[in-house]
Design a protein around this ligand. Structure first.
Ligand code: AMP
Length: 412
């Protein structure tokens, strides 16, 4: 199956093949014809499936066919939960659309608003945005959403998790009634179903690779260790095994900073990325990590959302997540596209319940080992996890994590 046979134009197919893709992925095979037909779409797909090109390519083709945008009045809107994802999607739009006469723009908070205002004075066909900053522009009168003919909600479940539902509803109310809607979500909670019911008109339904399948591709291991010795054990593992491009998850921003400092002091180049970091610092950390000069990237769950780095060799859970599903999401960062990955969790006595919850979710026991020299001290008693709320039902999150878009201080 080729991209051309899906109905894409020569100029789009050329850009895609220059990017190095020879064949569409399963989601692309289904999504591209569905979007080209002009109907609504409900797609169950997570990052790593090729979903971005799945909606970007047909979107470009449909826009190419219509009249150009007027200043401040875009024709297509892609909403994403995080700045990183917005930046990545817009980069894809630019790359796949490089032979077309379409303009795109990315818009997110945490950076100066003025360059965005200036850019809006020009012609923007495709706007990729996070919800908060988008509404700021509308309220300030720089952006008119009445020309939107195609709306994409990317990672809709993440947007709801992050508390964006009210912003999304406000934005929907500003769009013209007649338009094409595409909704992408990795999971389908009742909340997502409700949103989809209200938004989509007889959508095509597409579902690929369930989230939990990541667990089958990734070799998983638990190292039992005392809470105070996790940093030393991680440094030991990275050094002994000569690991590179290691993505390490911590539960809190503070913990991410502390660990990155500790590793760096020990001679292992490491940086932390989380919602309190400036956009420039996050971008720098990501690009150094991608090019291999940064050996370890320490991230919180929210900061790691939408980071488009595929086939990472090593993912480390420095601390287990409070929500068992996040474990699956974290380890899904490795072992993509049929490539074996390794996910390692450093587990102390405080985390027994969290581990049991994860094993219940993935329906298997994770092999546990002890590294010689790091044997846990059996006399150490479990302590409550700082910020360790008990597991919440479904995908709900603690309120203190809810406003990553403003970067306002939260407890974790
Ligand atoms: P996504 O799920 O959109 O985040 O894409 C995951 C990764 O797959 C990205 O690194 C894309 O560049 C890559 N990708 C997307 N489509 C294809 C394709 N048809 N062939 C090979 N790689 C692809």
């Amino acid at each position: 199956m080729s991209f051309a046979s899906l109905g894409l134009s020569e100029r789009i197919v050329r850009a895609v093949s220059e990017r190095g893709y020879s064949e569409p992925t399963p989601i692309q095979m289904q999504a591209i014809p569905a979007v080209l037909s002009g109907g609504d779409l409900l797609a169950g797909a997570q990052t790593g499936t090729g979903k971005t090109a799945g909606f970007t390519l047909p979107l470009l083709q449909r826009l190419e066919a219509g009249p150009a945008a007027t200043p401040g009045k875009p024709r297509a809107l892609v909403l994403t939960p995080t700045r990183e994802l917005a930046a990545q999607v817009e980069e894809s739009v630019r790359e796949y659309g490089k032979y077309l006469k379409l303009n795109s723009m990315v818009m997110f908070g945490g950076v100066n608003i003025n360059p965005q205002i200036r850019q809006l004075k020009g012609r923007v066909d495709i706007l990729v945005a996070t919800p908060g900053r988008l509404l700021d522009h509308v309220q300030q009168g720089h952006l008119d959403l009445s020309g939107i003919g195609i709306l994409v909600l990317d990672e809709a479940d993440r947007m709801l998790d992050m508390g964006f539902i009210h912003d999304i509803r406000k934005i929907l109310a500003l769009l013209p009634k007649s338009r094409q809607n595409l909704l992408f979500s990795a999971t389908f909670s009742d909340e997502i179903k409700k949103l989809a019911d209200g938004l989509l008109d007889h959508p095509s339904l597409i579902e690929v690779a369930r989230r939990n399948s990541a667990t089958e591709l990734v070799s998983q291991k638990v190292y039992r260790v005392d809470r105070e010795r996790k940093g030393a054990l991680l440094a030991h593992l990275v050094r002994e095994n000569d690991w590179h491009q290691v993505l390490v998850f911590t539960r809190t921003k503070h913990g991410a900073n502390r660990l990155a400092d500790q590793l760096t002091r020990g001679g292992i180049p490491a940086l932390a990325i989380h919602g309190n970091k400036s956009q420039a610092a996050r971008t720098r950390a990501l690009s150094e990590f991608k090019d291999g000069s940064l050996q370890v990237l320490v991230a919180t769950d929210i900061a790691a959302r939408g980071i488009d780095i595929s086939e990472l060799p090593h993912v480390v859970n420095f601390e287990l997540p409070n929500v068992a599903e996040d474990y699956v999401h974290r380890i899904g960062r490795t072992g993509r596209a049929g490539c074996e990955g390794e996910a390692v969790s450093l587990v102390c006595v405080d985390e027994d319940k969290l581990l049991a919850g994860i094993e219940r979710l993935i329906k298997s026991k994770i092999r546990a080992e002890v590294v010689p020299g790091f044997e846990p001290d059996p006399s150490i008693r479990p302590e409550p996890i700082p910020n360790g709320r008990t597991q919440l039902p479904g995908r709900q999150r603690p309120p203190s994590r809810k406003d990553p878009r403003t970067g306002r201080q939260s407890k974790n």
